[in-house]
Design a protein around this ligand. Structure first.
Ligand code: SAM
Length: 238
């Protein structure tokens, strides 16, 4: 019963703790909070969005599935209209990494909550920008939807040590431990890095040099990880 969740949203839903009062930032259609409410997984949901059109869509979903008594809709930038004591879990899904950083920076209290983010772009900037906000990635979960792999990040308080270029690009290996999609993610991101580097090679603008160095360092790191994984696999077969 309820709206059907895509694998991406289902991966986010699976990380929401049972019984948590949820804030769904940038809710749009509100499928995630309404699904969680109908499953009995959360007692209440606070849905925010910057724009009236998405909030109208959220209102329609909430009314259609009869959960208006447990849902609040607010128009605001990120968490600006949410008080920390109102929620236990914050979800920011389906937005670019820079927008997610902007929202987190304006709500320094998110580190005290379960905080799940699902970026659609700029993952290296997001991973790299968390330390300045006193946050780090505790876990990364991958979800496949058609040809695309999406990443859900569980954030936790406290900065971690500086990330390498490869860690900014694909996350720390510990954060992905046991994820069956990890080898595929590593292979895809390696191909993406090679394409980006080939593009920079063709354009050869002097201002691109720092980016080229960053991407080369990331590619070396990813190739090393692949080698380590293959070595570990072959040891396992001895
Ligand atoms: C692509 S939709 C994602 C909807 C849903 N969260 C999901 O993952 O399927 C992005 C939504 O975020 C909203 N949005 C963008 N920037 C925002 C901000 N700073 N604060 C609140 N909502 C924002 C947009 O209006 C849009 O409705």
């Amino acid at each position: 019963m309820g709206p059907k969740l895509t694998p991406r949203l289902r991966a986010v839903a699976d990380r929401v703790p049972e019984g948590a009062r949820l804030a769904d930032v940038g809710t749009d259609h509100a499928y995630l909070p309404v699904w969680l409410l109908l499953q009995g997984r959360i007692p209440s949901a606070l849905c925010t969005d910057l724009r009236p059109g998405p909030l109208d869509r959220a209102r329609e979903t909430v009314a259609r599935w009869g959960v208006a008594d447990r849902t609040a809709l607010r128009r605001c930038d990120g968490l600006d209209g949410v008080r920390p004591q109102e929620v236990d879990c914050v979800v920011i899904a389906g937005m670019g990494g820079e927008t997610i950083l902007h929202i987190l920076a304006r709500a320094p209290w998110v580190g005290e909550k379960t905080c799940l983010v699902q970026p659609m772009s700029s993952l290296p900037d997001l991973r790299g920008g968390l330390a300045a906000l006193g946050l780090h990635v505790a876990r990364e979960t991958l979800a496949r939807e058609g040809e695309t792999l999406y990443v859900v990040l569980d954030l936790a308080p406290g900065p971690e040590g500086p990330l390498t270029a490869a860690e900014r690009w694909v996350g720390r290996p510990e954060a992905h431990r046991g994820d069956p999609l990890w080898p595929e993610y590593l292979a895809r991101e390696t191909r993406r890095l090679r394409r980006a580097l080939a593009g920079l090679e063709r354009s050869r603008r002097p201002g691109d040099e720092p980016r080229r160095q960053e991407l080369e360092a990331a590619l070396r790191g990813l190739e090393q990880r692949k080698e380590e994984r293959e070595n570990a696999d072959s040891m396992g077969h001895l």
